[in-house]
Design a binder for this molecule. Structure first.
Ligand code: ATP
Length: 234
């Protein structure tokens, strides 16, 4: 397994949010982390990228313990994070935003990264000189993902990419992530859109109150009565 989380406990101040989360993401796998508001999905991603300090548990990337490492070091080792809210630089162009994502790379790889970004999201190629702040919501989400990919991550953590997007654009963005996984990057996708996530992911975990309450192959979870009732309103 490329990414392995074992017994992760974390919280803010004295408030515990995660109570022993176990999950894994393999090479080229697309895995969804699902659950209601406040279940602890974002906190799990933040613990992985180093923005929240775990209280207990193991975080391993290709067997390497991530806990002592700074967020920058984790990024350099191949952990990409597309945070909630995208966090682009609105007064910089599409291409300038992308180049920032390549800050840690050897110069030769920047060109390769740009080509890959524009192949994955042709709309970004058409708008390479446009200010990021003037892109549509869907295009900004594409740019946030493309920027994280500029570091050629082994694992990409993506927080709520479909938030605020039309169903058609949400699907377009998630299908691009499927492509990213096919090319070998493990994708851990946090989503509130359970129906769409279970169509595109290979496996999924359902978090409730900071605990994994269900997990398995996406097609099986789609048929699970608990998932259908609680998350698919069927
Ligand atoms: P959402 O989809 O709403 O982001 P989530 O499953 O990602 O939900 P988290 O964002 O991980 O949930 O939040 C889990 C719990 O931690 C919530 O009760 C939230 O209020 C709390 N929390 C999140 N961030 C902080 C913070 N910076 N300080 C204090 N509490 C926080």
């Amino acid at each position: 397994m490329r990414l392995k989380v074992e017994g992760l406990e974390a919280g803010y101040g004295k408030a515990q949010v995660l109570f022993g989360v176990d999950l894994e993401v393999g090479e080229g796998e697309m895995v969804a982390l699902l659950g209601a508001n406040g279940a602890g999905k974002t906190t799990t991603l933040r613990a992985l990228s180093g923005l929240v300090r775990p209280w207990r548990g193991q975080l391993l990337l290709d067997g390497l313990d991530l806990r002592p490492l700074s967020p920058a070091r984790r990024a350099r080792l191949g952990l990409g994070h597309v945070p909630e809210g995208r966090q682009l630089f609105p007064l910089m162009t599409v291409e300038e935003n992308l180049r920032l994502g390549a800050a840690f790379l050897a110069p030769g790889r920047e060109k390769e990264g740009l080509e890959r970004a524009y192949a994955l999201f042709p709309r970004l190629g058409e708008r390479w000189g446009q200010l990021a702040g003037t892109l549509s919501g869907g295009e900004q989400q594409m740019l946030a993902i493309a920027r994280a990919l500029m570091g050629f991550p082994r694992i990409l953590l993506v927080d709520e990419p479909s938030l605020g997007l039309s169903p058609r654009l949400a699907e377009e963005v998630l299908l691009a992530l499927v492509q990213v996984a096919r090319e070998g990057t493990g994708v851990l996708l946090v989503e509130q859109n359970v129906a769409l996530s279970l169509e595109v992911a290979g496996r999924a975990y359902v978090l409730e109150g900071g605990r994994v309450v269900l997990e398995g192959p996406a097609p099986l979870l789609r048929e699970d009565p608990r998932v259908r009732e609680a998350y698919l309103s069927l």
